[in-house]
Write a protein that binds this ligand. Structure first.
Ligand code: MOS
Length: 724
């Protein structure tokens, strides 16, 4: 039986009242943790089969028309079983259907590094060797690869024009008018993209490294021309995604096509260079930010106009201004986006698309305003918190930025700060502190889950993935809480499209969306237990495997048989999004030391205070914030995917050249949560936290650099040459 819920309004009747197990909001070890450290949680490339063939992707060295003149010679090489140059291999990165006339194709490379063939052989070494022997001849086309080389397009529906910003700027007591830039970035998840495909003549089974299985199944079916009911996708363990695994990837489609052609299992693994070149990058951005404020630092005008890039025909554009629509009050507003159509690899979602870079630049601008107006940066934010959504006029479902700012400032010791730069010195090091606010939209995505309860315990099932985020742990907690069972009697089974379709992992919506489906499935089972006991749900308390009702007590074991009771949960977004503005908020604080000799920046400590509704598992939520804050260090100081000016190829396409913060770069990170229950977020009152920690994190560091040594860096990353 299914419990359906559409989120149209608060639903107090479905909330946690009456739940007794007490495992929600507790730290829960991840059940998959041991499996991972013991090496028994296998990833896509570890899938074994005796007759497994190995595919190696061949990529275009240049942009233009592609041919492979020696393909027949390569087909005759030892061990080679096929050289696949099937046009279906290529689909645009944007999710949806395969593009019938893609800008890319096996005969036409739209960017350097685009896959144009798959060589399949009996061993990996033979496949790689043959792939290297395959001549890829390109009739080079001259295509623009620099964002400033083309007239950009304007995407629809993303702009705001309210009041008169130019006038507000000219009448303001204080203004900021500056351009900020961020470079292309990559996800580079620890587990490279990989796929293993099996074809039995009727059903295609694909083990992949993917984030959103219900969509990925449709994308794969569409690519290879099968009905989705003949496609099964599995991804029980995924070693990170960060957006690069939202859509079906080249390895998956190529492996599937090869397995169908050769009627043998085929494995395709992207090596690290592929991961950098073939999968979506975060677009570089150029952001023009204007702020107008009165004598007290209250914003009267706000402008945020951004230029991003993508390939022709790609739908996605980095929504840089997404957070600026609702972050601060100001009656004169100009917000807009432009997309330059250039031939770098496809741009797509990378952790917190939009706000991660948009809030970061905006919060540097806010620091510049604080400095110009002589207002403390925390106070400046407090003064500009809007009462309601500044553009639509809708109320906020819940808004805890003020609490996050105050709690964070207290915990950090912000009041001891020197307001002016260059006040504190230790040897060659200037010391400074900075802060930034964090904002991120919150969304609920349609999701389903099933729980099956027998006398031995409960099994939770959904095709939802755990990409390192803690889905297994959290869904176990939710089921345990609803059913009054100890955690060790819950088994979560995820990452298989044979299970009910969850939300997938993306956009910070996974835990709350699929978690709500698990919650509803649990409520459905409670209803059935109450029926069996002949009591009302309100009278029923489930705890430690026992049911208490109307002064009576029964053991669930006695009540249940081997025949399971099942409950199905289904949540959908309803009209809530039209009635309220829903977002998560936070505050970042950082302390840095800047070498006066080399311009090197050392982050000494970071602290974040975050409000995201009910925190379902503080340990996994903290880990997400740690990840986001660490990425903030990268964004502020080290990360930059450099494109060759001639052909746009990624120059530093590995982890040696693309500088991620390593342990020595990451100081102790302190995470606090603000108490919040968001009634509009569904019965769990929980919002997404996965991406909040990255939004604005880098700005707190850049603002601390300014406070330390007086260098205002507007082009990220703040490498030593830009700091000195
Ligand atoms: Mo996310 S960038 O939607 O995985």
């Amino acid at each position: 039986m299914t419990f359906d819920l559409k989120i149209d309004e608060p639903h107090p009747e479905h909330r946690a009242d009456g739940l007794a197990q007490g495992v929600l909001e507790q730290d829960n070890d991840r059940p998959d943790g041991w499996l991972k450290v013991a090496g028994t949680a296998t990833y896509a490339a570890e899938e074994q089969a005796d007759d497994m063939l190995h595919g190696f992707l061949v990529r275009a060295p240049k942009i233009g028309a592609v041919s492979c003149p020696n393909v027949d010679d390569v087909r005759a090489m030892e061990g080679v079983r096929s050289v696949l140059r099937d046009p279906r291999m290529i689909r645009n990165a944007a999710q949806g259907t395969a593009n019938e006339a893609p800008a890319q194709g096996v005969d036409r490379a739209a960017y350097v590094g685009q896959p144009v063939a798959l060589v399949v052989a009996e061993s990996f070494e033979q496949a790689r060797h043959a792939a290297q022997a395959l001549v890829v001849s390109v009739e080079e086309e001259d295509k623009p690869v620099q964002p400033d080389a083309v007239e950009p397009e304007k995407p629809e529906d993303k702009s705001t024009e309210l009041g008169d910003l130019d006038r507000a700027m000219s009448e303001a007591a204080f203004t900021v008018d500056a351009v900020y830039t961020t470079p292309s970035m990559v996800s580079a998840a620890m587990e490279p993209h990989a796929a293993t495909a099996h074809w039995d003549g009727e059903t295609l089974t694909l083990r992949g490294s993917l984030q959103m299985l219900k969509f990925n199944r449709n994308e794969l079916a569409d690519s290879v021309g099968l009905d989705p009911k003949h496609v099964r996708v599995l991804a029980p363990y995924v070693g990170g995604g960060f957006g690069s695994k939202l859509g079906i990837s080249a390895d998956c489609v190529a492996a599937a096509l090869a397995a169908m052609e050769l009627k043998q299992p085929v494995r395709v693994v992207q090596h690290r260079r592929n991961v950098f070149e073939v999968n979506t990058r975060r677009s570089e951005t150029r952001q023009h930010i204007r702020l107008a404020a009165d004598t007290e630092g209250r914003l009267t005008g706000l402008g945020h106009e951004a230029l991003v890039s993508n390939l022709p025909e790609e739908e996605f554009s980095e929504p840089v201004i997404q957070g600026s629509h609702f972050a601060y009050a100001a009656s004169n507003r100009t917000l807009g986006m432009k997309v330059a159509r250039i031939h770098r690899s496809a741009a797509g979602s990378v952790r917190a698309p939009g706000e991660s870079v948009g809030v970061t630049a905006f919060e540097v601008a806010m620091d510049e305003l604080a400095q110009a107006a002589g207002v403390d940066p925390v106070n400046l934010r407090l003064r500009n918190i809007p009462e309601k959504d500044p553009e639509s006029g809708k109320p906020f479902s819940s808004h805890r930025l003020e609490a996050a700012l105050r709690q964070g400032a207290d915990a950090f010791g912000w009041s001891h700060r020197h307001a002016a730069p260059r006040q504190q010195r230790e040897g060659e090091w200037w010391i400074g502190t900075g802060m930034a606010a964090a904002f991120r939209v919150n969304m609920v995505i349609e999701a389903e889950a099933r729980i099956s309860l027998t006398r031995d315990g409960a099994t939770v099932m959904s095709d939802m993935t755990d990409i390192g985020t803690g889905s297994y742990a959290i869904f176990g907690q939710i089921a345990a809480e609803l059913l009054g069972l100890p955690l060790d009697r819950i088994d979560a089974q995820l990452g298989d499209t044979r299970f009910p379709p969850g939300s997938g992992s993306g956009g910070s919506f996974g835990a709350a969306s699929t978690g709500t489906a698990v919650w509803l499935a649990g409520m459905e089972i409670r209803k059935q237990i109450a029926d069996r006991l002949g009591c009302s749900e309100a009278e029923l308390t489930l705890k430690d495997g026992k049911a208490t009702y109307a002064n009576k007590r029964a053991s669930l074991r006695d009540l249940l048989s081997d025949e399971p009771i099942t409950g199905h949960g289904h949540v959908e977004p309803g009209e809530a999004a039209e009635k309220v503005r829903q977002a998560t908020f936070g505050a970042h604080f950082a302390e840095v030391a800047v070498s006066d000799v080399t311009g090197e920046v050392c982050v000494r400590r970071m602290l974040g205070s975050f409000a995201a509704g009910r925190i379902l598992n503080p340990r996994t939520a903290t880990s997400q914030c740690h990840g986001g804050m660490t990425w903030g260090i990268g964004m502020a100081l080290t990360e930059e995917l450099t494109h060759d000016r001639r052909d746009g190829h990624a120059v530093n396409r590995d982890l040696a050249g693309y500088h991620l913060p390593v342990n020595a770069d990451v100081p102790p990170l302190e995470v606090h949560f603000v108490e919040e229950l968001d009634d509009w977020a569904g019965p769990m009152q929980a919002k997404g936290i996965g991406e909040l920690g990255i939004c604005g994190a880098g700005a707190s560091i850049l603002n601390a650099v300014y406070n330390a040594c007086g260098a205002r860096v507007r082009d990220m990353p703040a490498t030593p040459d830009r700091v000195l």
